[in-house]
Design a protein around this ligand. Structure first.
Ligand code: ADP
Length: 476
């Protein structure tokens, strides 16, 4: 317990309430965790508001030194902190270590990028006038994050907001708080002044409401479902709290008939099931050219059935458990619905016989699907690979864009013309051409349509936490 971090101190929730954190691979209790209330959220916002007065006046060089020390701490302790991530999230140890390495890079990168928040001088419309713009930190930021990347999601937003000169009140997911505790410890030992970062785990609705209604908090940065994103938009319409939203996705993958089918099928079996498909930019809907559809289906089924499912510390495990019982039930339910659509499950979809404890599901490949299938329109967030076919470029683009989401899209072809035309016609914020990782610390990550508002990472991510100010000087 003592899991809230307010004004530099680890505290219990004000009403002493706790909840049990569950290991999704064993269903055992990892630890009781403090469960914060609206009152705790208010206290944290008050403290962050006070701390902003001094933190916002530090130089970007001072802030950078602290953020870079935090990055070093994460790198030095990567093995230990990755173990906690495996326990709380279920992901394979190698994936957890990789994620911590990226989280450390985010702190280092924003430490330097904070120094480059340049304004500009604008040629004025009168001789006696000068116009300049400057960027200033926004104030207290509320940062609510999801469980699928317990270190990357917080690091991306926290690092940018702190580098910008903001103070933060953070609420990691109640499913994965341990990783967030480690980032707080990294910042604490790096010398971050008290009150600059404050952490709450607890009643999400109450904390979200307090963030929305407290005038001392200027913006909420949210990573999570489109459902909760809409709740925050409703609330923000009353209070005018600013929002950055990283919401759901339903990424199409277009595979044209000029590719090395075996190589793409093999790579697909890895990319689709990274983090068990619980990724907002996960390649989800596979549209394969009709000339290679059957060949691709056979090969991908072979590779997917070879994936090893198991607990994150087991040697050679590719796919861990889903995060919660409910999440597993959602995926099983979606698969059930495809039966009435006459879909064909080519492999997987069942609970592995040797893994009855924990939220495990054998990775599935589903074929014989129409564009009207539930698998084309819901964000699956689980280990299911649906296969569709297309006739030509126009048909592929129409099917790919047939979704309310617009986060990431992928396409595989060796034809330059096809790749340019397809990438320009896809209605998504990030396009991967012949690659599965279109994102990066230095690149803007953001969604079109109902996938979000604003950007994270890259220089765009920094400006999400700064206000632009025009200064106009007359009478010169
Ligand atoms: P998921 O269903 O994938 O967990 P959510 O969007 O429900 O995604 O959760 C993302 C984050 O939003 C979590 O930290 C969760 O606690 C938080 N959350 C859930 N409901 C609300 C709410 N009404 N207001 C604010 N935050 C919320």
């Amino acid at each position: 317990m003592n899991n809230l971090f307010i004004n530099g101190e680890w505290l219990d929730a004000s009403d002493k309430k706790t909840y049990d954190l569950i290991n999704p691979a064993t269903e055992e209790i990892i630890a009781p965790i403090s469960f914060a209330t609206a009152k705790d959220a208010q206290a944290a916002i008050d403290v962050a508001h006070e701390a902003f007065k001094t933190w916002s006046k530090t130089t970007t060089y001072t802030r950078a030194e602290i953020l870079k020390k935090a990055a070093s701490y994460l790198r030095e302790n990567i093995t230990e902190i990755a173990k906690d991530m495996v326990n709380e999230s279920g992901k394979p140890f190698a994936e957890a270590k990789g994620e911590w390495a990226v989280a450390a890079n985010l702190f280092e990168w924003y430490a330097e990028e904070g120094k480059r928040a340049y304004g500009k001088t604008i040629p004025a419309n009168r001789l006696d006038k000068r116009s300049i713009t400057i960027w200033q930190p926004m104030g207290v930021i509320g940062i609510i994050t999801a469980w699928n990347f317990p270190a990357y999601n917080p690091a991306r937003a926290w690092a940018a907001a702190l580098a910008a000169g903001c103070t933060i009140v953070v609420k990691p997911s109640e499913n994965t708080p341990l990783s967030a505790f480690h980032i707080v410890k990294a910042l604490q030992q790096a010398g971050l002044p008290n009150g600059v970062v404050n952490l709450l785990v607890g009643d999400a609705v109450a904390i979200g409401d307090e963030m929305l209604s407290n005038p001392k908090l200027k913006k909420i940065s949210f990573t999570g479902s489109t459902r909760v994103g809409k709740i925050l938009m409703d609330g923000a319409s009353r209070t005018h709290t600013k929002l950055s939203l990283e919401l759901g996705g339903n990424a199409p993958v277009l595979i044209f008939d000029d590719v090395d089918v075996d190589a793409i099928a093999k790579a697909t079996s890895v990319a689709r099931f990274r983090n068990n498909g619980q990724v907002c930019i996960a390649p989800q809907r596979f549209y394969v050219h009709k000339n290679i559809y059957h060949q691709f289906a056979g090969l991908v089924t072979k590779y997917v059935s070879q994936l090893k499912v198991g607990a994150g510390f087991e040697e050679g495990v590719n796919v861990g458990p889903l995060i919660t019982k409910r999440q597993k039930e959602n995926v099983v339910d979606l698969l059930g619905k495809t039966k009435s659509e006459n879909a064909e499950i080519l492999t997987g979809g069942n609970t592995p016989s040797h893994l009855q404890k924990g939220y495990f599901l054998q990775p599935a490949v589903v074929a014989n699907l129409k564009q009207s299938s539930v698998l084309a329109h819901y964000e699956i967030f689980g280990p299911v690979l649906p296969l569709f076919s297309f006739d030509d470029l126009d048909d592929a683009i129409e099917k790919a864009n047939d979704t309310e989401y617009g986060l990431a899209a992928y396409l595989f072809t060796n034809n330059l013309k096809t790749s340019i035309h397809a990438s320009e016609r896809l209605e998504f914020g990030m396009i991967g051409i012949n690659e599965w990782a279109p994102h990066g610390t230095e690149s803007p990550f953001g969604g079109w349509k109902q996938s979000g508002q604003g950007h994270e990472s890259g220089s765009e991510g920094l400006y999400e936490y700064m206000e632009k100010k025009l200064i106009s000087i007359g009478g010169l």
